[in-house]
Design a protein around this ligand. Structure first.
Ligand SMILES: N[C@@H](CCC(=O)N[C@@H](CS)C(=O)NCC(=O)O)C(=O)O
Length: 191
C-alpha cells in the first residue's frame, strides 16, 4: 500500500492526491501538521516538506517527480498524452509552474503589485486555454493537475474573480466535472 505524507492545505499535495484518485490507486494518507512538523519527516525528505510518497519502503519527495513516477508505476489511465509534443508541453508547463505560483504566493502575502502580476499569469493561461481545451493541448493530464490546485485556491481562498478569464473558467468547470478534482474543491472548502 502506498503512503502519502500529506497536508490538506498544500497545493503540491493536491497534485498527488488528484493523480492518485485519477489512477484509482488506494493509499494511506498520513497528515502532517505543517505548523508543527514531526522531526521524522526530515528522514523522509531532507527539506521537511510534503508531499512525500512511500511505497514498499521506498521514499520519493517532490510533487512533479511524484506525478511522473505515478504515471510510470500506474500507467492506466494515462495522464500524459500519446503525442510526444503534448507530453513535452505538459512537462514544460510543470517545469515553469513557478511563473504562476510565485505571483500567487505574493498575492497571498499581500505584496505590492501582486494582484497585477497574478492577473498577468491568468491572462496568459486564458490565452493558452482559448487555443486548446487542456494545458498540454487536446488531452487532460498532468499539466492541468499541476496547475488546478492554485487556481482553485486563488478563487476560493484569495477571492480571485475568474470571470474576466472565460477560458480559464470553462477549463475549471470541465476539471470540476472530474471526481478527482471535485474532491479537491471540497478539501479547499473545508480549510
Ligand atoms: N517543491 C516541492 C514543494 C512542496 C512544498 O513547498 N510543500 C509545503 C506545503 S504546501 C511544505 O511542506 N512546506 C513546509 C516548509 O516549507 O517548511 C514539491 O513540489 O513537492
Amino acid at each position: 500500500m502506498l503512503t502519502l505524507y500529506d497536508a490538506p492545505r498544500c497545493p503540491y499535495c493536491a497534485r498527488v492526491r488528484i493523480a492518485l484518485a485519477e489512477k484509482g490507486v488506494e493509499f494511506e494518507a498520513v497528515e502532517i501538521d505543517l505548523s508543527d512538523r514531526p522531526a521524522w519527516i526530515y528522514e523522509k525528505n531532507s527539506t521537511g516538506r510534503v508531499p512525500v510518497v512511500e511505497e514498499d519502503g521506498w521514499i520519493l519527495p517532490e510533487s512533479a517527480v511524484i506525478m511522473e513516477y505515478l504515471e510510470e508505476r500506474y500507467p492506466e489511465p494515462p495522464l500524459l498524452g500519446a503525442d510526444p509534443a503534448e507530453r513535452a508541453r505538459a512537462r514544460l508547463w510543470i517545469f515553469r509552474h513557478d511563473d504562476f505560483t510565485s505571483p500567487y504566493y505574493a498575492l497571498r502575502r499581500g505584496q505590492d503589485g501582486a494582484e497585477e502580476a497574478f492577473a498577468k499569469q491568468l491572462r496568459a493561461l486564458d490565452a493558452e486555454l482559448e487555443a486548446h481545451p487542456w494545458l498540454s493541448g487536446s488531452e487532460y493530464g498532468l499539466a492541468d493537475i499541476a496547475y488546478v490546485p492554485w487556481v482553485l485556491r486563488a478563487r476560493d481562498m484569495l477571492g480571485v474573480d475568474l470571470t474576466p478569464y472565460p477560458a480559464v473558467s470553462e477549463w475549471l468547470d470541465r476539471l470540476l466535472e472530474r471526481p478527482a478534482v471535485a474532491e479537491e474543491e471540497h478539501v479547499v472548502a473545508a480549510l
